[in-house]
Design a binder for this molecule. Sequence first.
Ligand SMILES: C[S@@+](CC[C@H](N)C(=O)[O-])C[C@H]1O[C@@H](n2cnc3c(N)ncnc32)[C@H](O)[C@@H]1O
Length: 333
Amino acid sequence: MLYVEILGNLPQMAEGEVKALLELNNKEFRIIERDYLFLALKANEEAFSYLKRLGMAHEYGILLFSAESLEELYLKAKALKWGDFINTTFKVDRETMLNCSYNVKDLEKELGAIIAQQGFKVNLSNPGTLIRAYCGEKLWVGVRKETFSAKEFEKRKADKRPFFKPIALPPRLARAMVNLARAKKEVLDPFMGTGGILIEAGLIGLKVYGVDLRSDMVEGAKKNLEYYGIKEYKLQKGDATKLRELFPDKTFEAIVTDPPYGTSATLGGKKREDLYEKALESMYEVLDGYLSIAFPAEFNVEKTAERIGFTILEKYYQRVHSSLDRYFYVMKN
Ligand SMILES: C[S@@+](CC[C@H](N)C(=O)[O-])C[C@H]1O[C@@H](n2cnc3c(N)ncnc32)[C@H](O)[C@@H]1O
């Protein structure tokens, strides 16, 4: 069993991202329980190569056991062969989640003492193995394998890129959208703007295709992709409502995109709802797989998408600020 600790700002979407990656990895893998921001997974270490793509997570690792009382936790800890997980030194690190329903103030000390009795040394500053104890509705004990540093994502925030426009999504969200599209080899973003989605897709090894109506965006996105070391890209100026003309012989396994919300220049002179409808029709024609897309909440996409032939699989709400609410959709054609 494995665990993932997801981010707290959009937990449903973060859970959906984990589910998508597990599905992509192995049909048998799944989430078996969620305790606030802690997910228990039926999966093995094969899943690490997919989980390392996550955008909306703090960390993942091996789940050793759960308990419904501190006594049960200590009994299980005594029975465990810690040598299977610890080579050199260790540290116990506790996460007390908002729903924690136990008095866990001595947990690190007590659990650490049990492990030390099996002959392992504590090293608080540079442990060889980090044992994680989560307190929620249940108690969970695991071994951390990977953390996602906020700094790494920050380095790719819109204003850190060589070509900057304030239209780009935060990198973690862009990464999650790519993962929700279950992409294995490639991604098309037909409204690529500065290339934020394509950067996240390129960094996990996908070949990226981008389209934008404006040549300054095409030039700028290219600069951004190069800056982050992405080589496998094909960008072109063009209209997202005419994708078949741009790609006469190509069908994509995944489209991930964030169409313009505003009434400003980014709409290219079209009425917003017409643009959305025509773009959905056009994406449908070049897709054989999943579409991961954001729309402002007031656009009733469901009727339009279903009329075109899409099946809506998932929907996640986000309030961006007082005048923008949006939904992230995952659809299949
Ligand atoms: C919300 S922005 C995309 C932001 C992008 N995710 C990023 O990281 O910068 C929408 C983009 O769609 C482009 N656009 C508008 N109408 C278009 C159309 N019909 N075809 C292609 N691109 C279009 C705009 O020029 C703008 O760059």
